[in-house]
Write a protein that binds this ligand. Structure first.
Ligand SMILES: [Zn+2]
Length: 433
């Protein structure tokens, strides 16, 4: 909110009476009887002591620069004159707040010191002088501050807040006292011989002493740091040499890496070949597997064929055996019939022998014997051939003694050995059966 709108609506409660003193509306007579003039333009004002808010007002409508700021400035001076006390904050060197509460034995207004006219000139109970400026809209000029500093004066500026509590139409002492409590108080110039200047100096002395020890400590640290810096600088030199060596080493390593890369590329190429070879191997293995399975199938077929062949062979053997048996039986029959033929021949020969004996024709008989002998041996040969057939069918069969080599010669024919011969043939026949 703008300060003029805030203070601009205030009512005038102070005016100058005919003796030149500033009086309150409370102390004036009502209406024109008050016989007062405006503090700013010095034109007559009248007192309005109605039922709501008492105030002065210009009689004429001529322009005047009176404002709420004038009212505030005026009543602030009244309050300080009445209270005879100012409380303000001052900072020490280490930034700590130092509160100063000054009590005055005397407060004067409008004292001209030859160059400036401060709002208030106050004398503390200790006899120190304080010049007080009350700031509502205009801050203390630099030249004024500079002047009082050179004069070694205490100059205090009270900057009053211009925002009022809501609903305030006119100012009274209580409202302004509250505003002074909220005010920012600047100590623009300090007399170096003042009591609070001594207090501040003591506080600052302590701070300065602390700062001094800190400074000494920092200098010590600085020296240590310089020593460290030297060490570090040596280290940096070493490192820079290391770096240079490292750079050289890096070049070597890079060359090695390049070589290694080339080798690696070649290895990768050869790996590709190996992979192709492995692929071929894999294909070949697959083919081998297929061939194996084909082989297994062929083997199965072979086994089946073998079984079939064995069955065929067995069948064939059986047939052959049957055939041989049949042949043996046929041969046996043939031998029996030949044997009976021989018997009949022997009978014939006996008869012949008898005839020959009767005729004494030995020569004729010998011839006949020779013929029989030959025929006899032929029969043995035939018998042997038969036995060989039998042996092929039955391995463990022994050669019958009948057909032994030394028995093939025809013995001298008698009635006895003819019977023995017939018995041998029978034995042979039994063996074959
Ligand atoms: Zn006026």
């Amino acid at each position: 909110m703008d300060k003029e709108t805030k203070l601009g609506h205030l009512l005038m409660t102070r005016a100058v009476d005919k003796t030149g003193n500033v009086i309150s509306i409370k102390d004036a007579d009502n209406g024109l009887k008050c016989d007062c003039n405006c503090i700013v333009c010095d034109k007559p004002v009248l007192a309005r002591q109605g039922s709501i808010a008492w105030s002065f007002a210009h009689v004429s409508t001529q322009a005047c620069s009176w404002s709420g700021e004038t009212e505030l400035h005026l009543i602030a001076k009244e309050v300080i004159k009445k209270d005879r006390r100012i409380k303000f904050r001052h900072l020490t060197l280490n930034g700590q707040s130092h509160y100063i509460d000054v009590e005055f034995s005397e407060v004067e207004e409008e004292v001209f010191d030859g160059l400036y006219r401060p709002d208030l000139v106050c004398t503390s109970v200790d006899g120190e002088r304080f010049l007080v400026e009350i700031c509502v809209s205009h801050q203390c000029e630099k030249e004024k501050v500079s002047f009082y500093r050179k004069q070694r004066e205490n100059l205090i500026e009270i900057v009053l807040p211009t925002r009022l509590p809501e609903g305030v139409e006119y100012l009274d002492e209580e409202i302004v006292r509250a505003l002074i409590d909220q005010a920012t108080v600047h100590c623009l110039s300090i007399n170096p011989l003042s009591i609070f200047a001594e207090e501040l100096a003591a506080l600052n002395q302590k701070h300065i002493s602390e700062q001094g020890s800190q400074l000494r400590y920092l200098r010590e640290c600085g020296r240590e740091l310089e020593a460290k810096r030297d060490t570090l600088s040596q280290s940096v030199n070493k490192l820079s040499r290391c770096y240079s060596d490292w750079e050289k080493h890096k070049v070597k390593v890079e060359n090695k890496v390049k070589k290694y890369e080339n080798n690696l590329r070649r290895n990768i190429e050869s790996q590709k070949e190996v992979r192709a070879y492995l692929q071929q191997t894999h294909q070949l293995q697959h083919q081998i597997k297929e061939l194996k399975s084909q082989c297994s199938a062929v083997k199965n077929q072979f086994n089946n064929a073998k079984v079939a062949l064995d069955q065929e062979i067995s069948k064939y053997r059986k047939q052959q055996m049957e055939a041989v048996k049949h042949q043996v039986s046929t041969t046996e029959f043939s031998l029996n019939s030949q044997l009976s033929l021989l018997k009949s021949e022997i009978e014939t020969l006996r008869t012949l022998e008898l005839v020959l004996r009767e005729d004494d024709s030995v020569t004729k008989v010998d011839t006949a014997i020779q013929i029989i002998k030959l025929h006899y041996e032929d029969k043995f040969d035939e018998l042997e051939r038969d036995w060989m057939v039998v042996r092929r069918l039955k391995n463990d069969s022994l050669m019958p003694t009948t057909i032994a080599e030394n028995r093939r010669t025809l013995p001298p024919l008698t009635s006895e050995n003819v019977d023995s011969l017939v018995s041998s043939v029978r034995t042979y026949k039994d063996m074959k059966g």
